[in-house]
Design a protein around this ligand. Structure first.
Ligand SMILES: [Zn+2]
Length: 315
């Protein structure tokens, strides 16, 4: 009997694959991340939880009945598919319902263990009534609304480090005082229209590690102290990487790992649980994208080990 290796749970399902075929979105990355975690002996099967698909009730706390029906019946219009920028398939719909269930499960695990990591999700471009930019269902918003409906939390914060602005997140929670949205992204990049987050950190083209971290870390510290969330959702984009095809920032792999570590240290010192999701990652070599996502898990592990109990870390 293999024992677990991590102080928190990873959430994975083999049907996370978005079934895109040849596409700039490497939808095999979910499986490759899972396999790397096992191969490198970072995790064993014991470290994984298997999600159920989110219920339609969960999805409908965020999305309109019309959009949910279109997804489930395959009746998207041509312009809706163009905005989504991925081919429609029933497998895609299964995958995003599973991803939302996975982010719910990761968040519930985080409330118990301090961290919880969904090896999918971070579909931050999805709006209530349509999808955009490879994102059909906003898993993080679904999880926040589910935890709130269950009375598990009141206040949540989203820290979104994908190179692209978290437009769906900002739009969904624009008038919601119980959710604080922070996005650090390249200003001169998709999406063209960026509805305001509570805090937008707009990076110029080709910003490097130090400048990025100097903007992010103090902003996270200040936001955590002011807003005092009961959970943070960390949308861990791999696409601020210097060799990303859809990103225009110049972070190194080490800089990206520092990004994860520094944010997790700040949350841990304050005793705030963190649910992590993936997000974009379009490196020329898919192995780089996989490694950057795996490094987010390693950062959470290292912070959890360095500060074994959140309450001890706080004192
Ligand atoms: Zn992105």
């Amino acid at each position: 009997m293999m024992t677990s290796l991590l102080p928190f749970k990873l959430v994975y399902h083999e049907r996370y694959d978005l079934n895109l075929g040849p596409h700039v979105f490497p939808s095999q990355k979910f499986r490759l991340i899972y396999e790397m975690l096992l191969r490198e002996k970072i995790a064993t099967e014991q470290d994984f939880l298997r999600p159920h698909p989110a219920s339609d009730e969960d999805i409908l706390r965020v999305h309109t009945p019309d959009w949910v029906k279109k997804l489930k019946t395959g009746t998207l219009t041509a312009s809706e598919i163009m905005l989504l920028e991925v081919p429609y398939s029933p497998e895609l719909v299964d995958a995003v319902w599973l991803a939302a269930g996975g982010t719910i499960l990761a968040a519930q695990s985080a409330l118990r263990d301090g961290f919880g990591s969904n090896l999918s999700g971070g579909f931050h471009h999805a709006y209530p009534d349509h999808g955009e930019g490879f994102c059909a269902v906003h898993d993080v918003a679904v999880a926040i609304r589910k935890l709130q409906a269950d009375g598990a939390i009141r206040r949540a914060m989203v820290v979104d480090t994908d190179v692209h602005h978290g437009n769906g997140t900002a739009a969904i929670f624009r008038d919601e005082r119980s959710v604080f949205t922070l996005s650090i992204h390249q200003l001169n990049n998709y999406p063209a229209y960026k509805p305001p987050s509570n805090l937008d950190l707009n990076m110029d083209d080709r910003v490097e590690d130090d400048e990025y971290l100097d903007a992010l870390v103090p902003a996270v510290q200040k936001a955590l102290d002011k807003f005092q969330p009961e959970i943070v959702f960390y949308v861990g984009g791999a696409d601020p990487y210097c060799e990303d095809q859809l990103g225009g920032l110049s972070l190194t792999k080490e800089g990206l790992k520092q990004r994860d570590l520094r944010v997790f240290e700040e949350t841990r010192h304050r005793g705030i649980p963190v649910a992590t999701t993936l997000a974009g990652g379009y490196a020329f070599r898919v192995e780089d994208t996989v490694e950057i996502h795996v490094n987010t898990i390693l950062a959470a592990r290292d912070v959890a080990r360095a500060f074994p109990s959140a309450s001890a870390a706080r004192s």
